[in-house]
Design a protein around this ligand. Structure first.
Ligand code: R5P
Length: 295
């Protein structure tokens, strides 16, 4: 097995290789003056399982193209199996046609990965496991979804949140956050988010909870604009919660999100290193390495 970090995930790819007791094989890449990407595989891959690690945010389109180039090149040069690790998979939120005529972006990206010869795709906390399960039968390529929420919960437990209440800001992640809440051991609840499919605006239904002075950890897959977390934080603080931590797998570096979360009263903001951000304190390298050992 050869671990090849893509240009977007040099640090994480190297950490995954080290977890597996290997040295990574860094790809040669550059960006031409017109913005196109150049990719060259610097190492023989004939007969090998080649693991490409490439996140796809920020700048998803370029990063996806680079990953496609890497995968096709590995196959062209005789790789026996190509495993694409997308620590953050862009476009996964557009997994349904909410309006007539919309692109099914998630499906298109998966089609492209299969078309360039990817045998296995590994993603972390994909937006909707149900949507992924529905699409899987379309592909020969296997798609594996891992969750980083348990690793995050273990980290929060050591950061003064042992015994804290766990909250899912959305019904979609209710089941997994309920299981994760057992790590902290302080109880579990969820809020509900309703989205206007035309304007994209969301409203949060905040439930009354008995939280006086209790610390709360909110777990979500993504922080993008920070809107979802801020509303949940405000709802909790208004009910007298103690410290509130906003915890997610993927913190997308969207301008203004940090201020929004701090203004809402977030005491701590924690994310993984699937995407480089101000909060990427928890590494998923061990989680991915462990899974790669089972392939
Ligand atoms: C949406 O359903 C996701 O689970 C996240 O809650 C959402 O993507 C977060 O986005 P934002 O930070 O813009 O509210």
């Amino acid at each position: 097995m050869i671990i090849v970090p893509g240009p977007a995930s040099n640090t994480l790819g190297e950490a995954i290789a080290h977890e597996l007791g290997q040295e990574p094989v860094f790809i040669n890449n550059r960006i031409f003056p017109d913005g196109e990407s150049y990719i060259q595989m610097p190492h023989a891959v004939d007969g090998e399982t080649v693991v490409l690690v490439q996140t796809t945010a920020p700048d998803p389109d370029r990063k996806i193209m680079q990953l496609l180039f890497m995968a096709r090149t590995a196959k062209d040069f005789g790789a026996e199996r190509v495993v694409a690790v997308l620590p953050y998979m862009a476009y996964a939120r557009q997994d349904k046609r909410f309006l007539e005529g919309e692109a099914l972006s998630f499906d298109v990206v998966l089609d492209l990965l299969e078309a360039v010869g990817v045998d296995d795709t590994i993603v972390i906390d994909i937006h909707s496991e149900e949507a992924l399960a529905e699409l899987q039968s379309k592909y020969t390529m296997k798609i594996h979804n891992l969750t980083a929420l348990f690793v995050l919960a273990e980290y929060m437990k050591k950061q003064t949140y042992d015994g804290a209440y766990s909250l899912s800001p959305d019904i979609g992640r209710k089941k997994i956050v309920e299981r994760v809440s057992e790590v902290l051991g302080g109880g579990f609840a969820f809020f509900e988010k309703v989205r206007d499919r035309y304007t994209g605006k969301t409203t949060m239904i905040v439930k009354d909870l008995d939280l006086k002075g209790k610390n709360v950890v909110i777990f979500d897959d993504i922080i993008s604009s920070g809107g979802t977390m801020s509303r949940a934080i405000r709802g909790l603080k208004e009910q007298g919660a103690g410290k509130v931590a906003a915890v997610c797998t993927h913190a997308l570096p969207v301008p203004g999100a940090n201020e929004k979360l701090r203004n809402a009263g977030a005491d701590d903001i924690v994310a993984t290193d699937t995407v480089e951000s101000l909060y990427d304190t928890v590494s998923i390298a061990g989680l991915v390495a462990e899974y790669l050992r089972t392939l």
